[in-house]
Design a protein around this ligand. Structure first.
Ligand code: DC
Length: 223
């Protein structure tokens, strides 16, 4: 049973806002564990694609999430025993992840797994609903945003670095569609949690964003 007294920092925000990079660096700096909750939805999507699960069968989709055989080892993410760290970053997988993430039973199936990441000495969790639904009592909640242009550029670089082909126009369209879907769904929509600090990183380096989060965290701790 995860200990509710273990500190948690939540970093939520839209796709390609840079929250993953910031969250990982904050975790590294504090020696905390890191939860990339989007990876769990992406892993579910990849598993669904690989098994040809019918996309209109909500029960089968929830089962895929519930029986996700995944593990994390540093920056490497495994599905069964295959390293899928790059495969889950494909746009096709991200788009399907966003679609199946709108299904409440899929979200429910991933609930306990997310809580289990709360381990000593602490956790930094990034996603869409970390501060609103999964860890609503987190000591520090951050909502990280960036302009669509800045995000499209970041996603473009990410994809090219991973060896995927990418096109800025298609990416901007994809991002806007994904934002709308993630923000307008009825189950755990993307929104700033109550009490979250807002951080617009459009004109910031990752280091500056990390420093700001660490300053906020230092200010939340009892002296
Ligand atoms: O953060 P990401 O782009 O890797 O996430 C992929 C999709 O998963 C995203 O479009 C919506 C969904 N997601 C979610 O619904 N809730 C989360 N906590 C994290 C991701």
């Amino acid at each position: 049973m995860p200990n509710p007294h273990i500190p948690v920092i939540t970093i939520d925000g839209p796709t390609a806002s840079g929250k993953g990079t910031v969250a990982q660096r904050v975790a590294q700096h504090l020696g905390f564990h890191y939860l990339d909750s989007g990876a769990l939805y992406r892993l579910t999507a990849l598993s669904v694609i690989r098994r040809d699960t019918p996309l209109d069968d909500e029960h089968a989709l929830a089962k895929a999430a519930e029986h996700l055989h995944c593990h994390f080892n540093g920056a490497h993410i495994f599905l069964a025993n295959e390293d899928v760290s790059n495969a889950i970053r494909a746009e096709e997988v991200g788009n399907l992840a966003s679609k199946i993430a709108a299904i409440p039973t899929v979200r429910q199936a991933l609930f306990g797994l997310q809580l289990s990441f709360r381990q000593h000495p602490g956790l930094v969790a990034d996603g869409r609903d970390m501060g609103t639904v999964i860890f609503p009592h987190a000591g520090l909640k951050v909502f990280l945003t960036a302009s669509v242009e800045a995000r499209a550029e970041r996603r473009y670089k990410q994809l090219i670095d991973k060896g995927f082909s990418a096109n800025m126009e298609d990416l901007s369209k994809d991002l806007a569609e994904r934002d709308a879907r993630d923000s307008n769904r009825s189950s755990a929509p993307l929104k700033a949690a109550e009490g979250a600090y807002l951080l617009d990183t459009s004109a910031m380096t990752a280091d500056q964003a990390v420093e700001q989060v660490l300053r906020w965290y230092a200010a939340t701790k009892p002296i």
